[in-house]
Design a protein around this ligand. Structure first.
Ligand code: ACO
Length: 716
């Protein structure tokens, strides 16, 4: 049976729920789940199962799954398995046999403790019969749509519009309590545990269209099918904000990192960049995630980019300005319009330039006046309001003032965020307002981060759909080269093969020929044009410069002759047995901006591209960024802008702009190679010399490794 045999809706809106292991003992997990289910007000059929029979919490206990199936007919949509591992596998199989659609396997003791085989067997047994597994090793789930509280957490979850998908059990359970304290309602919550079958992408497919859900929060530890996750996230984030908290760096990625590309591609950086590519908001802490979720679940989307800061403190206004830069919030700077809007409500010694400074003498009517002026003016799209406790401000009025301003903004659909900072009265107001769901924070950065998150989501959702681009490359030729290298027993390509791959991919390199004699070397040099680089060609000499096998910057015929003799005698002296095929005579690529482009198969996300500053300092500067392939040209431009050295490409200190189009083209061509040629696991072009506009770029060095054994490299 196919995996999607049953609509995922039956997981979130089951008509019947059976609990295998519904205990009579109030201390047991099976009891707790039944208790939550009953107390939560679930209106479907509840079918507790325990061989002892009897009654628990007023519910008649059935003695077998067959009995439950007989009662539910084809509506046995969900089974919760809460019996010890030694019984659970059989119980799950029975549930599949009687036609259950989804099974929440609470039980621990599977792959998380090395019991991988049993988990695999249980999952494939279930899937063959059309039953989907959530877990094992989970705490259960909650779904407001069905008033379904099928977990062993504290109970009493309040319904709302934030959906949570969590891979961590303990953190997930703690989040239930925290959401209550923060007064953040939940629309759905699923613990995914070992993800033997159902993973984030399956749940996102439902949640992105789920009316009750306004924001989706995911806590992720590891990614299974990254390719699919990228596709689903790109779709979901256009519909609603998705906030991700991810812990840890995967060791798997690091181990698989064999080339330079790989060692830079610490999988956390890859994850981070790919989440950005998908339009996901990555939170650095649980608190930041909660702030974003609360704010985004109720905030209106802005209509434009013009933001003003209204403050009674100059210093805090500067902090907020810094934060705006960090979180990419655009401060409105049309000073004339700002003066028109705020002149009447700002004291003469204040400032109507953004940040609008009402000064330390501001009272609550002054704030209200400025907030109203900003609200009424169409030119202003969002407001950051900052308050520092002062002696002149009537602190008792603070919450009333903020609450009423927030309500007015909400009504008119204009985003506003508040930051308040001060003593006990201010802290009390902060507490009270937070509980009421008003977007107010103690810290300026937290405040601006929320608005920044809203803007990122808005820009992402408003951007035109991404059109995937590929370049036409000669895939067959590349595959032929790979097959040839394999037949030769190699897991890497030789320099010549690497250059042939680039040629088939339509990427320019310095002109190169292999000379078999000194006369040939001279002729090639004259044809190519000076300056020239010469390198020994021998598969027995890997580190050519160490043995004196390279000569650079050769300017004329005499220098070519000298270099030929020097290289030959050096190599023969130092590696006497080396088989020397000749000496490579290459155009010495003029200096340009040195870039690196890497393409590799990431263990989680599949084909990925790395781009950044190249040359010999790559590892030190680490000015690189990543994307999952395929992507659009617009995304490739975004990628380019992410590196710190981007201004070098635009041209600094009177230098001309570099040939950005050719660089983009090279990124997309290498992306196409890694996507279409499965036999290749890593390609690294370093450096790619980028020249002035119109003069293109050249791949000076390339390494290519093949998929089976990513241990070797190509040395060009
Ligand atoms: N069918 C139905 N009921 C059965 C069956 C069966 N085949 N076999 C036993 N039962 C009954 C038992 O009689 C018992 O009921 P009783 O108390 O009325 O006698 C009930 O099922 C439970 O069985 P126990 O043997 O008492 O199992 P216990 O409750 O101790 O443990 C559990 C079961 C909770 C699934 C445990 O094995 C487990 O895996 N615990 C860890 C769960 C977990 O932490 N998951 C991850 C969550 S995330 C986090 O980290 C917080």
């Amino acid at each position: 049976m196919p995996r999607d045999a049953h609509d995922i809706k039956y997981l979130f809106e089951p008509r019947s729920v059976a609990i295998v292991g519904a205990s009579h003992n109030a201390e047991k997990i099976g009891y707790k789940i039944l208790e939550n289910l009953v107390n939560g007000g679930y209106e479907g059929r509840i079918l507790p199962i325990n061989p002892k029979g009897g009654e628990v919490l007023g519910q008649q206990v059935l003695t077998s799954l067959e009995e439950a199936a007989a009662k539910a007919g084809d509506e046995l949509d969900l089974v919760v398995t809460a019996v010890p591992a030694k019984f659970a596998t059989d119980a799950v199989k029975q549930a599949a046999d009687v036609g259950a659609k989804f099974n929440l396997v609470i039980t621990s003791g599977y792959s998380e403790v090395g019991n991988i085989e049993e988990e695999r067997e249980l999952t494939s047994y279930a899937l063959e019969r059309g039953m989907r597994i959530i877990g094992p090793n989970i705490f259960g789930m909650f779904s407001a749509s069905a008033k379904l509280d099928a977990n062993f957490g504290p109970g009493g979850i309040s319904a709302g519009n934030v959906a949570i998908i969590t891979q961590s059990g303990a953190l997930g359970l703690a989040m239930i309590g925290k959401t209550a304290v923060e007064n953040m309602g939940i629309s759905a919550m699923v613990s995914v545990g070992n993800k033997a079958d159902i993973e984030e992408a399956d749940l996102l497919e439902y949640l992105m269209h789920h009316d009750l859900t306004k924001v989706i929060l995911m806590y992720v530890e590891g990614v299974g099918d990254g390719d699919r996750l990228v596709d689903v996230l790109e779709e979901a984030t256009r519909l609603k904000p998705v906030v991700v908290i991810k812990s840890g760096r995967s060791k798997r990625g690091a181990v698989a990192a064999a080339s330079h590309t790989g060692s830079l591609a610490g999988s956390d950086e890859v994850f981070d960049a790919i989440m950005r590519q998908c339009g996901v908001l990555r939170a650095e802490s649980v608190q930041e995630a909660f702030n974003l979720c609360k704010f985004l679940s109720s905030a209106s989307l802005p209509k434009g980019e013009n933001v003003v800061i209204i403050t009674n403190g100059g210093g805090i206004g500067v902090l907020a300005t810094d934060a705006c830069e960090k979180y990419n919030v655009n401060l409105y700077d049309d000073n004339e319009t700002l003066r028109d809007i705020f002149d009447d409500v700002t004291p003469g010694f204040g400032s109507t330039k953004n940040p609008i400074d009402l000064t330390g003498g501001a009272t609550s009517p002054d704030f209200t006046g400025a907030l109203n002026a900003a609200l009424e003016h169409d030119e202003i799209d969002a407001v950051i309001s900052l308050y520092c406790e002062t002696a002149v401000f009537d602190a008792d009025n603070l919450s009333v003032m903020i609450e009423s301003a927030s309500a007015k903004y909400q009504e008119q659909g204009k985003p506003v965020v508040f930051s308040i900072f001060g003593g006990a009265t201010t802290e009390d107001a902060l507490d009270r307002l937070t509980k009421q769901g008003v977007p107010v924070f103690g810290d300026v950065y937290e405040t601006v981060a929320c608005l920044g998150g809203l803007y990122r989501h808005w820009r992402n959702a408003a951007a035109p759909p991404k059109r995937i681009v590929e370049e036409s490359i000669d895939v067959d030729a590349i595959k032929g080269i790979v097959t040839g290298a394999r037949a030769d027993g190699r897991s890497f390509l030789l320099a010549k093969e690497g250059r042939d791959v680039l040629a088939a991919a339509g990427i320019r390199m310095p002109e190169t020929r292999v000379a078999k004699s000194m006369d040939e070397a001279v002729r090639y040099a004259e044809e190519i044009g000076y300056p020239i680089v010469m390198k020994v060609v021998s598969r027995d000499i890997l580190h050519k410069s160490d043995v004196g096998g390279i000569a650079l910057d050769l300017e004329n015929r005499e220098e070519i002759i000298d270099a030929w003799q020097a290289i030959m005698s050096n190599c023969r002296a130092r590696v006497p047995d080396a088989r020397i095929k000749g000496i490579q005579v290459s155009e010495m690529a003029p200096h340009g901006v040195e870039l690196i482009i890497g393409a590799r198969r990431d263990p989680a996300f599949g084909p990925t591209i790395m781009f950044g500053m190249g040359g010999i300092y790559v590892e030190v500067l680490k000015d690189v960024t990543f994307r999952a392939v395929p992507f659009s040209r617009a995304e490739a431009i975004e990628m380019m802008k992410e590196i710190r050295a981007y201004p070098l490409l635009l041209g600094v200190r009177g230098e001309e702009r570099k040939d950005i189009e050719t660089v983009l083209d090279t990124i997309i061509r290498l992306g196409t190679v890694i996507q279409r040629c499965e036999g290749i696991s890593d390609i690294e072009v370093n450096p790619l010399m980028a020249y002035e506009q119109g003069k293109g770029a050249k791949a000076v060095d390339i390494r290519v490794m093949l998929s089976e054994n990513p241990g070797g490299h190509t040395h060009a």
